[in-house]
Design a protein around this ligand. Sequence first.
Ligand SMILES: C[S@@+](CC[C@H](N)C(=O)[O-])C[C@H]1O[C@@H](n2cnc3c(N)ncnc32)[C@H](O)[C@@H]1O
Length: 426
Amino acid sequence: MLNSQPSQPTSELSSQAASQTVSAAVAKLYDTYPFPPEPLLDAPPPGFNWRWNWLAAYNFCTEQKPVKQNIRILDAGCGTGVGTEYLVYLNPQAQVVGIDLSAGALVLAKERCQKSGVAADSATSRVEFHHLSLYDADQLEGEFDLINCVGVLHHLPDPIRGIQSLAKKLAPGGLMHIFVYGELGRWEIKLMQQAIALLQGNQRGDYRDGVQLGRKIFSALPENNRLVKREQERWSLENQRDECFADMYVHPQEIDYSIDTLFELINASGLEFIGFSNPRVWELERLLGKAPELMERSQGLSDRQRYRLIELLDPETITHYEFFLGRNPLPQNDWSSDQALLAAIPERSPCMDGWDSRCLFNYDYQIINLTENEWRFLKACDRNSQQPEQQTVEQILAGVDLGIEGVRSLLNQQLILLTPLFQKFT
Ligand SMILES: C[S@@+](CC[C@H](N)C(=O)[O-])C[C@H]1O[C@@H](n2cnc3c(N)ncnc32)[C@H](O)[C@@H]1O
């Protein structure tokens, strides 16, 4: 009973009520159109996404292999469980918990993991799901080493409250992976959302009507209309499915970010910003590389100012931000010391497709061609993960003519993970 809590001011109560109304509308959208609408398979999910592999994600964030792999993972706003299934499959020693506001999406998430059998390799299932809001994450037991929250925070009425609630559940030394929308690359989407809402009038909240109406508007508009062109160039393939169209154009709650507001959200989390998980997008070189004098002038900018410059110069690319946050203490390695690098134990990254061919896909699904000596070094790394007696980089280099810079190159390409002789923490 709300009025039995006299200590809460009226404005707080009304904002809570408004927040509950929005959450109910969001749950209704995803009960009507569970997302993502990927089919349920009776086999494990194909390929990988390195951001959901603890070894690869940890290596990306700290430049070293994590000490433990029997970790706890939270998929916050798991939807129909596509990401959750990968988190279970790619982390065979992990316990995974998925939470979501939509009961309909959770039914599919459970069915997905059961049908594919990803969690069937242990006596007790390695995955469980709860019908729970991010705001109430404190009701979950214990802390998590990895929290994945993709495509969710921007749909909360109060994303800061959401990220703070998750941050409280992140274990020391843990990582959080987040994906939120960017305002510059979604400009046309925002306009179409508002146009649909205007024409829906008091039928707003009828999501099936919204999808039909939106599709009619697109087919009525002239071919060279800016909203139509952006839809066709960028989104129409996925938007053939009504679930995707609804998620994009008839959502009841969406907050889009710029670099400035993104860092307000990050700062409010109290966690450390580690870096974007699509780092190539954030290289100024790809935009101004032809003009060394401009690159030179950019040297004086802070990281945040450089990110802002990139999004100002390339707005249509910035449809979202994806990044890792961490809770200290996290190890810090740069492997600039030859001595430390030679003494480390190397392993081949679990995220590559096509091994042991010399031409394969790397962790980011880019095709790479290994030299003979790189290939031989990786073969020796494989032996390290199979034998109790593990060789150091120095010992392997005694039999493979790659050189220490060749090892650094494998490291920079995320093709190997290293366990250091000594740990350095921040
Ligand atoms: C766009 S879907 C993303 C699903 C999944 N994370 C993915 O990337 O495939 C957003 C999901 O967040 C859920 N959601 C929205 N607000 C939430 C909240 N406050 N607490 C928990 N889940 C929420 C929705 O129900 C929906 O399933």
